[in-house]
Design a protein around this ligand. Structure first.
Ligand SMILES: NC(=O)c1ccc[n+]([C@@H]2O[C@H](COP(=O)([O-])OP(=O)(O)OC[C@H]3O[C@@H](n4cnc5c(N)ncnc54)[C@H](O)[C@@H]3O)[C@@H](O)[C@H]2O)c1
Length: 270
C-alpha cells in the first residue's frame, strides 16, 4: 500500500455488511494509514456486523441517524474527541427509498415515503455538511465525498424516486461545496458508481438484468465496490486537492456510451 492517508482522520457513514461500498472504503482507508470513526443508523447497528469491521480497522462506532441534526452533532463532536482533532475526510454512503422498499411505483408513490427517502438519501448530506461547516470540524484541504448514481441524469425507470434524490444530492454537493471551498478550503464531490451488488443496490427492481446490461455496455465493465473504494481513497488523498464541485463517473465508461457491440449482439436479426 502507499500510505496515501497516513495521519488523516475521518468519518465513514454507511457500512452495513461486507458488500457495502463504505465497508470497502473503511478497509482501504485503514490500509492506507487513516484513522476514522464508523457510523450508521442505530437500527442498522442492531443488525450488527459493523463491530467486525471496527475491530479489524481499530475504529470506534458512533451511532447516528443521518436525518437527525442532533445525532450528527453528537457524532462530529465525539469523532473529534476520539481522533484527537479536526477531520480530513468524510464519506456519505447512504441511500434508501421507502417507495422502492414498499413496492410503490414512481407514478403513484406515497408522498410521506417520498419525503422520508429524500431526507435519508439527500438532505442528510446537507445536514452532515451543515454540522461539519458550522463546527469548523474539517481541516483545510479536507475532502468530503458522497456516492450517487447516473439515474440523476438519465432515465432508469426502476430506480424510482431515488433518481430524484440523487439529483438533489449532487446539487447539494455543488452548492455546499462552494461555501466549503471558499471558507474552509475543503473539497466536496460525488462519485457516480456503477450498479453494485449490495443491499441497497439489490433492492432495485430488475437489478440482475440491469447490472448485466451495464456490464455489457461499459468498455471496461462495471466498477466493483472495491474499485470504488480505491477511487474514493484518491479523493481523500492529497493527490486531488483542487478537484471539487464535481460529479465523477466511476462506471467503466458506461455514462458516455450510446451502444456497444456486446449489447448490439442481442438485437441483430439473423
Ligand atoms: N449499489 C449500487 O448499485 C450503487 C450504485 C451507485 C451508487 N450507490 C450508492 O452508494 C451508497 C452506499 O450504498 P451501498 O450500495 O453500499 O448499499 P448499503 O445498503 O450497503 O448501504 C446503504 C447504507 O445506508 C445506511 N442508512 C440508511 N438509512 C440511514 C440513516 N437514516 N442514517 C444513517 N445511515 C442510513 C444503511 O444502514 C446502509 O449502511 C448509497 O448512497 C447508494 O445509493 C449504490
Amino acid at each position: 500500500m502507499y500510505n496515501l492517508l497516513k495521519g488523516k482522520k475521518g468519518i465513514i457513514f454507511g457500512a452495513l455488511d461486507e458488500k457495502s461500498i463504505a465497508w470497502k472504503v473503511a478497509e482501504r482507508a485503514h490500509e492506507e494509514g487513516a484513522e476514522f470513526v464508523l457510523t450508521n443508523a442505530p437500527i442498522a447497528l442492531r443488525m450488527g456486523q459493523l463491530s467486525k469491521l471496527a475491530e479489524k480497522t481499530g475504529a470506534q462506532i458512533i451511532p447516528a441517524d443521518a436525518t437527525s441534526v442532533e445525532d450528527l452533532t453528537n457524532l462530529v463532536e465525539k469523532a473529534m474527541e476520539i481522533l484527537g482533532g479536526k477531520l480530513d475526510f468524510v464519506l456519505h454512503s447512504i441511500g434508501m427509498s421507502v417507495n422502492v422498499r414498499k413496492g410503490k411505483h414512481y407514478t403513484d408513490p406515497k408522498y410521506d415515503f417520498t419525503t422520508k427517502g429524500w431526507d435519508v438519501s439527500a438532505v442528510s448530506f446537507h445536514k452532515t455538511m451543515n454540522v461539519l461547516y458550522n463546527k469548523k470540524a474539517m481541516n483545510e484541504w479536507g475532502s468530503i465525498v458522497a456516492l450517487t448514481y447516473m439515474a440523476a441524469q438519465r432515465v432508469f425507470p426502476d430506480y424510482n424516486d431515488m433518481a430524484d434524490n440523487k439529483a438533489y444530492l449532487e446539487s447539494i454537493a455543488r452548492s455546499f461545496g462552494y461555501f466549503f471551498g471558499r471558507d474552509h478550503k475543503v473539497r466536496v464531490n460525488t462519485i457516480s458508481q456503477s450498479p453494485t451488488p449490495t443491499t441497497a443496490g439489490q433492492g432495485v427492481k430488475g437489478f440482475d438484468g440491469f447490472i448485466s446490461y451495464a456490464e455489457k455496455m461499459s468498455p471496461l465493465g462495471n466498477a466493483t465496490a472495491l474499485e470504488c473504494a480505491d477511487y474514493t481513497i484518491t479523493l481523500f488523498s492529497d493527490l486531488t486537492k483542487k478537484v471539487t464541485l464535481q460529479n465523477l463517473f466511476h462506471d467503466g465508461g458506461f455514462s458516455n456510451m450510446g451502444v456497444s457491440d456486446r449489447v448490439m449482439e442481442h438485437f441483430i436479426e439473423e
